[in-house]
Design a protein around this ligand. Sequence first.
Ligand SMILES: NC(=O)c1ccc[n+]([C@@H]2O[C@H](COP(=O)([O-])OP(=O)(O)OC[C@H]3O[C@@H](n4cnc5c(N)ncnc54)[C@H](O)[C@@H]3O)[C@@H](O)[C@H]2O)c1
Length: 257
Amino acid sequence: MSVLKDKVVVITGGGGLLGRNFSRAVAAQGGVAVIADLNMEAALAVEQSINKDFSGHALAAELDITDKDSIDRLIQLLEQRYGKIDAVVNNAYPRNKNFGRKFEDIEYQDLCENLNLHLAGYLLVSQRFARHFESHGNGNIINMASVYGCIAPRFDIYKGTSMTNPLEYAAIKSGIIHSTHYLAQYLKGKGIRVNCLSPGGILDRQPEPFLRAYREYCNDKGMLDPEDVCGTLVFLLSDASKYMTGQNLIVDDGFTL
Ligand SMILES: NC(=O)c1ccc[n+]([C@@H]2O[C@H](COP(=O)([O-])OP(=O)(O)OC[C@H]3O[C@@H](n4cnc5c(N)ncnc54)[C@H](O)[C@@H]3O)[C@@H](O)[C@H]2O)c1
């Protein structure tokens, strides 16, 4: 199967947990995965690992989603190298060192900085790529949101652990979901579609009591492996979803039900 044959797909934060799996899934489907990350070392490691199995299907590139010039430089580089860009996946996860404090302890500066890095970063990437896509008459923007942009937190699952669900995250992810609706409407008729993908929690060595409590809300597995979300991303990138725009697909084993 190669449903993404020759599609050039930029994955921001491609060096991270979901990003490296998304990049591999794109390459496995015949596309070119551009692993665009602030952390070049991580991006190069992903590039090397993918190219070992799918030669020429991965490219590491430096990107800061909060820097307009950095985004424009990447677009220019890809335009020169491939002559086109088919899609961008807003998947980076920037946060400052104080991200995730309890509501009572959040400082105004940290709140602003985290919203700016993440929500505004996604919007800046969307603006620069939409500009490019519009000039080519086609494009596909996929925004990574989360179940916690969709429903109120389930604080009970964190009991007995040091984990919590940060307020900034809820504000950022719900903002990303509604911005997806806004941009899909704004860009209608320009050959550009904009959708959102909202996964449930992803397994990453979380404590067992939390995993058990989380699973109670689910259909079967509970927290998911990164690979469990890849099929939906490939669908959104492929022509099978050609007439979908402005949607938010939730992949969460029933957690939000
Ligand atoms: N992991 C989960 O449980 C989960 C669940 C639902 C949604 N998500 C969402 O999926 C996306 C990816 O999450 P993840 O867990 O793989 O994150 P991660 O922390 O593993 O990886 C994030 C990547 O983003 C890069 N990055 C940070 N700031 C950047 C910037 N300014 N410019 C470019 N790259 C930058 C980092 O270097 C890193 O490689 C995020 O939007 C996250 O909110 C994650």
